[in-house]
Design a protein. Structure first.
Length: 551
């Protein structure tokens, strides 16, 4: 029988939850293996333009091994990540805390004072991710500032807080964050390429901080592998292992031998879609984890997002310059709006989703006819957003995020959207869903178009199918007092399975109404603070500001 390695912790996924866990566990003396389905990227591996789909998109069947996956579900379209470093490779770098409504949400306020519990962990996360305020505003930001004043929310406008390194000349310097222990860094050149993959060593991705130190101190990271099953081991094992993790290549086309590793503990950090999919498969198909709570896959939500925007017929100013997201303001009590840009020449996403600014309703044939009519009425606009070069220089998208819930349930089955192969399916909880306030978003978009002397633009999926796009999936494995209330306990350990944890966006219990990466990082820091030092292990002094743990 072939030898199977045993680790103290096997971590599935290398995003914010997985990378935080890996570094903190190594600090505490444990040995760690991280399994990541995506590829490893160095800065110069990122594409210069997102039209280079083989380097930008993750679609293995098409031999595309990039950092962004596009997935269509019943009722929503998702942008999600792949690669060593997870979502940090493709996110815009926005790292901001939610307001009080998030911490007091009914789904978890009975479990503790989460504002106080998480406060020190937010501070640690901010330190580790190098959060700072965006120093430069651009024409799109000034337009939004003017709109915020016009609608009575001028005081809410602010530059975004981001995980980006800035210096005066964009030159490389020795590590500015961790007393020289980290990698050298170069200052941001405001190229707009944050979400294409930062080629200039400026964005504070996880491979520059948490995962960097985890590997430096001894964590093993295996890229291009996909976990298929988590199998509990029967009886007491001589090596103390409690689980066997089964995985195979994620990029090979034909030859995918089954590989196994043993673990005393397993942390599932594969992102909301990956984590829920894997655990649902283990619970209901493999029957390897049949006693996971029946709450698995429920209370899944997004940030109630909508994407709109405006583009100039001709280039007036270069809207591609700046960070991907440079400012934010509150448009009403529950709505925040941010400008979204891509670097010059990286218009793929804008091209895919842009459509005439209309509000069709009814059946698909009626929507399709309405869209064709709008294209016929506005052929010049359609040409400019689909065929005229310089789209990213000529305009900006607007991301509208709201705190209202849009609950759904994920389960596995067959449907047209997954080509009748078994996979994730979304069902919406219509009784508890509050749709995005498109009236407000459209009003702001029209004002924005006037401010920048452009044309308002909608999205193709919403026009045809009433399907919003989202980059922020949350939930499905919520914290509870027991398995009748949630999937994981206050240690983020799965009920009925000691040593099995979920630490990623799946445990986020409410809609933060803002980019959630900082919150996921703080929750991961919280979970790791509850893990004791390994008895007899070679522990390290914790990296980051000191904090007092709160139970």
């Amino acid at each position: 029988m072939a030898h199977i390695d045993t680790y103290d912790y096997v971590i599935i996924g290398s995003g914010f939850g997985g990378s935080v866990s890996a570094m903190r566990l190594i600090e505490k003396g444990y040995n760690v293996l991280v399994l990541e389905r995506g590829k490893r990227f160095h800065d110069d591996d990122f594409p210069r333009t997102n039209w280079n789909i083989w380097r930008y998109l993750w679609a293995p069947l098409m031999r595309c091994f990039g950092i962004l996956q596009l997935s269509l579900f019943n009722g929503f379209f998702v942008f999600h990540s792949s690669g060593v470093g997870g979502g940090s490779l493709v996110y815009a770098g926005v790292l901001m805390e939610p307001d009080e409504s998030f911490f007091s949400a009914d789904s978890w306020n009975h479990l503790g004072d989460w504002r106080s519990i998480l406060a020190p962990h937010y501070a640690t996360a901010r330190h580790m991710l190098g959060v700072t305020r965006n120093p430069n505003l651009w024409p799109a930001d000034e337009a939004l500032r003017s709109i915020a004043r016009e609608i009575g929310y001028g005081e809410t406008f602010q530059p975004t807080e981001v995980g980006v390194f800035f210096n005066e000349n964009s030159q490389e310097v020795l590590d500015p964050y961790f007393d020289g222990q980290g990698p050298p860094r170069a200052g941001c050149n405001h190229c707009g390429g944050c979400m294409v993959g930062c080629r200039y060593n400026a964005k504070n991705t996880l491979v520059k901080n948490y995962l960097y130190f985890a590997e430096k101190w001894g964590a093993d990271v295996h890229a291009q592998v996909m976990v298929q099953d988590i199998q509990p081991l029967e009886g007491e094992q001589s090596d103390g292992a409690r689980y066997e993790v089964v995985y195979q290549s994620s990029t090979s086309w034909l030859w995918k031998p089954e590989l196994r590793v043993r673990a005393r503990n397993v942390i599932v950090s594969a992102g909301v879609l990956g984590t829920n999919d894997l655990l649902l498969k283990c619970k209901n198909e493999h029957k390897s984890l049949p006693n996971i709570s029946n709450h698995l896959g429920k209370t899944v939500r997004t940030n109630s997002e909508a994407f709109l925007g405006s583009f100039n017929p001709t280039e007036i100013v270069d809207h591609s310059k700046g960070l991907a997201i440079t400012s934010i303001f509150q448009a009403d009590e529950t709505t925040r709006i941010e400008p979204v840009r891509f670097s010059d020449g990286s218009s793929l996403i804008f091209w895919l989703i842009a459509a005439p600014f209309n509000r069709p309703s009814g059946s698909f044939p009626k929507r399709f006819a309405s869209l064709l009519l709008d294209i016929f009425k506005q052929p010049g606009m359609f040409y400019r957003v689909k065929f005229k070069p310089g789209l990213t220089r000529r305009g900006t998208a607007l991301m509208i995020m709201q705190t209202q819930n849009n609950l759904m349930r994920l389960h596995r089955g067959k449907s047209l959207l997954n080509m009748f192969k078994r996979g994730l399916i979304a069902e919406h909880d219509l009784d508890h869903t509050v749709p995005v306030n498109t009236d407000l978003g459209r009003s702001v978009t029209e004002k924005f178009a006037r401010e920048i002397k452009g044309e308002p633009v909608g999205t193709m999926l919403e026009s045809l199918f009433d399907v919003p796009a989202t980059a922020h999936m949350l939930g499905g494995c919520l914290i509870g007092r027991d398995s009748s209330e949630g999937v994981v306990d206050l240690d983020c350990q799965v009920f009925n399975y000691p040593g099995l944890y979920v630490i990623d966006g799946s445990i986020v219990p409410a809609n933060p109404g803002i980019n959630p990466s900082l919150t996921i990082t703080a929750l991961a820091e919280y979970a790791m603070s509850r893990v004791p030092l390994k008895p007899g292990g070679a522990s390290r002094e914790p990296l980051g500001p000191p904090f007092t743990d709160h139970d």
